[in-house]
Write a protein that binds this ligand. Structure first.
Ligand SMILES: Cc1ncc(COP(=O)(O)O)c(C=O)c1O
Length: 456
């Protein structure tokens, strides 16, 4: 895709639409000459060089990558109009696009009925799910795994609800037996299952969590902010294919969050929350005297906690989904390549004398650490941090990230490592760009070199 070409088409299309309203004079107070802009823009683009190369396969660190060019063009085109999807009065076209895109997300998870909308982030989307959970089970707490995203505990605090972490198994997945014991106490109203944890990419057994929760009359919310689009690989007869059970179970849960700004190729901020029961819309009722006047149809602000939201986000997602639909051979191909990259790198690390795999990747996150002598947590911590640091400073840099693991987590997986500290930082690479599949050999070679240096 030639982004320059499509951006100029975007400007032309919007100007053509603007011209249909007749001429007007922009105010002098807003005028900026091209010469003045050029000098500031030069400084601005220079400042932006201070960034990590998220686009390049040598960036194998955090959950970050550029948006798809189609999403960028979609976003910028709509942004020239700057609709606000709070109300259909603020953005009739993008409001409709949002409803269509959200319906596609609901269908991807197999929701028969749904109520949902985009949000500015996964955090806000989860906040909405927990808010509805609180309204439906007043006075009851919310449970989530020890490996759940940190914002669940934070949002429980915001909502004034007691949050309780549930123990995980040896692969970082919620332990259904521990959940059963907790729910038997009767204090919990909602359990959050994470389909793809942020640290390890572990998938809670949603099907088992759902069965346990239903036995106790408890709601289930699925945080699939990071992992949700991997549902496209469920049951696929391909080595990137995933066990269907947890993914298919999402259709029976009460709510789900997925972040198009993570694996959906979208710019920040684009999260989404979906409820299976449209009746929960009643918890959002408000009576503002200054909204909603051109349409009797449902306004997105009537079913969301946030007020203003970028219509451009919905436009970008809608356009992207028309081009890369939510099918195994559409967006699924993009995720499958990252998943194969993770499997390939994990296989190389398993055979390496310099690196050790923390655990087998379930999605596209690979966690590993340098082999050190002595094999202690403090040596692993220091060597991992050195690898992170030196990797970025090399002539041909490689960008990694670290993950803090507990002594218990390490000894469950690697009993030979001496726990001389409470935990250690290890290395974590999110392989979310499909281009990484062809770059795994290079990443591995560089990581092995760094590990050799760090151990020496
Ligand atoms: C599982 C999970 N939940 C929630 C979040 C928070 O999402 P956001 O950063 O969009 O607020 C993340 C972010 O990585 C995540 O991985």
């Amino acid at each position: 895709m030639d982004v320059q070409r499509w951006l100029s088409s975007a400007v032309a299309a919007v100007e053509d639409w603007q011209d249909s309203f007749g001429p007007y004079q922009p105010d002098a107070s807003m005028r900026i000459s091209d010469e003045r802009f050029a000098s500031v823009f030069g400084e601005f683009t220079q400042r932006l060089r201070n960034n990590y190369p998220f686009f390049h396969p040598s960036y194998a660190g955090q959950m970050l990558k550029p948006a798809h060019p189609a999403a960028v063009v979609g976003y910028l085109t709509a942004m020239l109009i700057n609709p606000n999807n709070h109300a259909l009065d603020g953005g009739p076209a993008t409001g409709q696009m949002e409803k269509e895109a959200v319906a596609e997300l609901a269908a991807m998870f197999g929701f028969g009925t749904h109520l949902g909308h985009l949000t500015s982030s996964g955090t806000i989307a989860n906040l909405e799910a927990l808010y509805v959970a609180r309204e439906l089970h007043p006075g009851k707490g919310i449970a989530y795994s020890e490996e759940a995203h940190y914002t669940h505990a934070r949002m429980c605090g915001v909502l004034g609800v007691e949050g309780t972490p549930v123990a995980v198994d040896g692969a970082g997945r919620m332990d259904p037996a521990a959940l059963d014991a907790l729910l038997a106490g009767g204090r919990i109203g909602t359990v959050v299952a994470t389909a793809g944890t942020t640290g390890l990419g572990a998938i809670d057994p949603v099907h088992e969590v759902l069965a346990v929760a239903r036995r106790h009359g408890v709601r289930v919310h699925v945080d699939a902010a990071y992992g949700g689009f991997f549902t496209l690989l469920a049951g696929l007869a391909d080595r990137a294919g995933l066990d269907e059970a947890p993914w298919r179970a999402i259709s029976g849960c009460d709510s789900v969050v997925v972040d198009p700004h993570k694996h959906g190729l979208q710019p920040y901020g684009c999260g989404a929350v979906l409820f299976a029961d449209p009746e929960v819309g009643r918890f959002y009722l408000h009576d503002s005297p200054y909204t909603y006047f051109t349409s009797g149809d449902l306004h997105l602000g009537e079913i969301s906690l946030e007020c203003s939201r970028a219509g451009a986000s919905a436009a970008a997602l809608w356009l992207t989904l028309r081009l890369l639909p939510l099918t195994p051979d559409g967006l699924g191909q993009v995720l499958a390549a990252g998943r194969r990259a993770a499997l390939d790198w994990a296989a190389l690390i398993s055979q390496s004398g310099r690196l050790e795999l923390y655990q087998q990747p379930e999605l596209d996150i690979v966690c590993y650490f340098p082999v050190t002598a002595p094999a202690t947590l403090s040596r692993i911590d220091a060597a991992s941090v050195q690898m992170l640091d030196h990797g970025m400073k090399r002539e041909r840099p490689v960008f990694l990230s670290t993950l803090r693991v507990t002594a218990a987590g390490m000894s469950q997986r690697h009993p030979g490592i001496e726990a001389d500290a409470g935990g250690a930082r290890i290395l974590r690479s999110v392989l979310m760009k499909p281009e990484t599949e062809g770059y795994v050999g290079e990443l591995h070679a560089r990581a092995e070199q760094l590990a050799a240096q760090a151990a020496g």
